[in-house]
Design a protein around this ligand. Structure first.
Ligand code: ATP
Ligand code: MG
Length: 262
């Protein structure tokens, strides 16, 4: 079995990164694997989505990235599940990002931690902020794979092409070996009643093809996603029979296949 480190990356805010992260995490755990989620967002989005209390920085990723980290990841379990652990975020991650800019191997801080103090999980999901700064560079350097949620709007689609460009250039500059694989684009918050969404969904396969990126089935727009997150739960737990719970099936299958690879 292989450990997969998956970054959920986008250079746009509010496109469904954290939503994708928690729903994939829950699906993979239900398939019998252990999952860790790491919150790289100074706004600590995962706390809300996982129903967790904010933590002192000493019990968050800030500590993991600090110079004197000794290996205590102090993760918190999400949703009362024994197989999901969360390494929580903290506002001080913004300052940590500045410190990493001047630290030796600053771009590789997270990758180095995962190497020196490995987590036992089959899948590690990195929930990233929307800005392509030092934190996302760290995510990329630590990743084996990347998933990109794409909102069905002109700016988001052209932004995703720029993101692919950024990932390729950055992986080159950092001499990542092997380079993280872009697992695919995930059209997010699709509303079939919106003409623009239908139109862009039709155009996406061509764009993905040009960029040599796989296109996953869309995640539909549903207020139940918002309600579930307000209750600090994934939809699969909040409304197990909701049809949108099926929207993560193909991504889950692909990740399970990757985990099972020799
Ligand atoms: N498929 C969906 N249908 C309806 N609402 C959604 C869907 N996906 C996400 N949302 C809602 O949209 C908001 C933004 O989603 P989310 O936090 O996952 O995006 P993000 O890309 O992580 O944002 P940020 O850039 O702030 O980290 C949240 O309120 C979330 O509940
Ligand atoms: Mg987020």
């Amino acid at each position: 079995m292989k450990q997969i480190v998956l970054s959920i990356l986008s250079n746009a805010g509010g496109v469904g990164k954290t939503t994708l992260a928690v729903h994939i995490a829950y699906s993979i755990v239900k398939r019998g694997f252990k999952v860790a989620m790491i919150d790289l967002d100074p706004q600590r989005s995962l706390d809300v989505f996982c129903g967790l209390q904010a933590q002192e920085s000493a019990h968050t990723l800030v500590n993991v990235l600090s110079k004197d980290f000794k290996g205590d990841w102090s993760c918190a379990p999400a949703w009362g599940e024994s197989k999901i652990d969360v390494c929580q975020g903290h506002p001080l991650l913004a300052e940590m990002a500045n410190e990493l800019v001047i630290r030796k191997r600053g771009e590789y801080a997270l990758a180095d931690r995962l190497k020196s103090y490995p987590l036992p999980h089959n899948l590690i999901i990195l929930d990233c902020p929307a800005t392509l700064g030092m934190l996302n560079t760290n995510a990329l350097a630590a990743s084996t794979h990347v998933l990109v949620p794409v909102q069905l709007e002109m700016k988001a689609i052209s932004g995703s092409a720029e993101l692919v460009e950024w990932m390729i250039t950055t992986a080159d500059e950092l001499q990542l070996e092997p380079k993280p694989t872009i697992l695919g684009f995930v059209p997010s918050m699709y509303d079939e009643k919106v003409a623009m969404h239908r139109q862009y969904l039709e155009q996406l396969p061509e764009i993905a093809l040009q960029l040599c990126v796989k296109l996953y089935p869309k995640v539909r727009n549903s207020n139940e996603f918002k309600n579930a997150s307000a209750y600090g739960q994934p939809l699969q737990k909040y409304r197990p029979k909701h049809p949108a719970t099926k929207d993560f099936q193909q991504i889950t299958d692909d990740l399970v296949a990757l985990i099972k690879e020799k």
